[in-house]
Design a protein around this ligand. Structure first.
Ligand code: HEM
Length: 489
């Protein structure tokens, strides 16, 4: 009898809560099954389909802001339009971190690091990182020199392939990643170094796990203790242990030779700042260990994938390659390396980089934020605790903004007099969680693109399919066939 009364009260309470919430003008969205959430998420989980395609389909029906529920009714709000994305980025209530179980594991359960931490600790570490990378771009000149040297070695290596098809993502990964490794820890790796291979594999695994919207551990953390050997949580623990051992060793080596007034790299700069940092900022070696892992992972994945896309699209569109080469010949020539000043004097090359970022949209659906309190967006009620997803792919491919979004056309970022129109940095995220390495990434990509085109003509192997930019999951859209031929120019 009592059991029936309690169960009835619970059901009524649940129904009442839902009715009250729906009266608050939630954004439109598909039907949600009580406690199980939206059928769309269940289907995605079951079939392993593409989040981007799902939102493209739903967007046609429900518009720029979509409301859905995940398992156990967890609210998820997806924003698909530029103005709404910008507006959301300005509302502090919409920019907390979701901190699901696996994110907590990625921040060492101590809210450490940059990518998976939150609150004041994240804020200060992020601020420090943006400022230091800004300087580090040290001075930007140093990054330029590092990138130029790495690019020259890569060109020599590609020339030894004598016109054979090469996997360009693999061939250039070592060179472009070594630039960030030098900025972070003054270290260069050989592409065949087992440690480097392991770091790359671990970074990729971490990215894939971070891409999942929810995990069972969010609802029942105890599952983590009984999870099987190949479960996400056990895999992630192994990855985190390996990163922790590597980063701790790097920090120890830096400490032994630290000269606080002359920081050589990011690790030095951080160690030198610890003694004078306020206690509330929690700058510590433990925090650095986790933050360094975040920087390695971000620095390995982003630039190398975008560079591969850039070169493949350049090979696919010979007329665009010819126009870039003509600009390089006129402004820089083929006999000297590009300098800092050249970046602004080569608007077409720069526009090709921006267009690649738009066309590809490396991370089509960014997430990072959660509403820390209930708030409103465009007149819609956003419940407290909602996961906020930024569907950047849909913005980057919106015909209302770009006219012909499925065409690769750098000119769209040039004005009538050939000047660069705007930066368009949607690819790096919005608001406070934006990537800390935007300027760095543009500089390095510019040096590599110019350095490679000065010496090489890039073509696709006969019969190669045009590259598709549809990613299967929401982080790190890779080219399907990163193969091209590099001929001496
Ligand atoms: C072409 C290159 C790159 C692209 C396209 C890219 C893209 C992104 C995106 C989309 C985000 C998430 C923003 C959000 O959630 O709103 C992000 C965050 C981040 N990126 Fe990058 N990134 C690139 C290069 C780098 C590099 C070179 C580094 C390190 C040296 C780096 C480190 C990070 C870190 C630490 C975060 C987390 C920031 C936070 O949570 O506050 N990224 N990046």
């Amino acid at each position: 009898m009592w059991l029936t009364v309690v169960a009835t009260c619970l059901v009524l309470g649940y129904v009442l809560k839902r009715i009250l919430e729906y009266r608050k003008n939630l954004p439109p969205g598909p039907f949600n099954i009580p406690l199980l959430g939206s059928w769309e998420f269940l289907r995605l989980w079951w079939t392993g389909g593409s989040l981007t395609e799902m939102y493209a389909r739903l967007g046609d029906k429900y518009g720029p802001i979509i409301f859905m529920r995940h398992v156990l009714d967890a609210p998820v709000v997806t924003i698909r339009q530029y103005d709404a994305l910008k507006e959301a980025a300005k509302d502090p209530l919409l920019n907390g971190n979701t901190v699901p179980y696996l994110y907590r594991l990625m921040s060492d359960f101590s809210n450490y690091g940059i990518s998976f931490s939150d609150g004041p600790k994240w804020h200060y570490n992020k601020k420090f990182t943006v400022a230091t990378l800004g300087k580090l771009g040290f001075n930007k000149q140093r990054v330029m020199t590092m990138a130029t040297n790495e690019c020259s070695s890569a060109v020599e290596k590609l020339l030894t392939k004598k016109g054979q098809p090469v996997n360009i993502e693999h061939e250039l990964f070592g060179a472009i990643t070594n630039v960030v490794m030098q900025v972070l820890m003054s270290r260069q790796f050989d592409i065949d170094d087992p440690l480097f291979k392991q770091l790359r594999e671990d970074g990729f695994t971490l990215f894939c796990i971070a891409a999942k919207l929810k995990s069972p551990y969010d609802f029942a953390p105890w599952l983590a203790y009984v999870a099987g050997e190949n479960s996400d949580v056990r895999t992630l623990r192994r990855v985190m242990d390996r990163f922790a051992a590597f980063c701790a060793q790097v920090i120890e080596e830096h400490e032994a030779t630290l000269c606080p007034d002359e920081p050589r790299d990011y690790v030095d700069a951080y160690l030198a700042a610890i003694p004078t940092a306020q206690a509330s900022h929690d700058m510590s070696k433990d925090n650095l260990r986790v933050g360094l892992k975040d920087m390695i992972v971000g620095g390995m994945e982003g630039p190398s994938i975008i560079l591969a896309w850039l070169l493949l699209l350049t090979a696919e569109h010979q007329e665009i390659q010819a126009r870039m080469v003509a600009e390089i010949e006129e402004v820089i020539g083929f006999d000297r390396s590009p300098t800092l000043d050249d970046e602004s004097r080569c608007p077409y090359v720069r526009a090709a980089i921006v267009e690649t970022m738009r066309f590809v949209t490396l991370t089509p659906v960014h997430r990072h934020s959660a509403s820390h309190g209930s708030t409103s967006l465009r007149g819609y009620h956003i419940p407290a605790g909602s996961m906020i997803l930024e569907d950047v792919h849909s913005y980057n491919h919106d015909p209302a903004v770009f006219g012909d979004p499925e065409t690769f056309r750098p000119e769209r970022f040039l004005g009538e007099r050939g000047e660069q129109l705007r930066k368009h940095e949607a690819t790096f995220g919005f608001g406070p969680r934006q990537c800390p390495a935007i300027a760095y990434s543009y500089t390095v990509l510019f040096i590599f693109l110019v350095g490679l085109l000065q010496r090489l003509k890039l073509v696709l192997p006969e019969g190669a399919e045009p590259q598709s930019n549809r990613g299967a999951y929401n982080v790190g859209v890779r080219p399907s066939q990163p193969v091209l031929i590099a001929l001496p120019r």
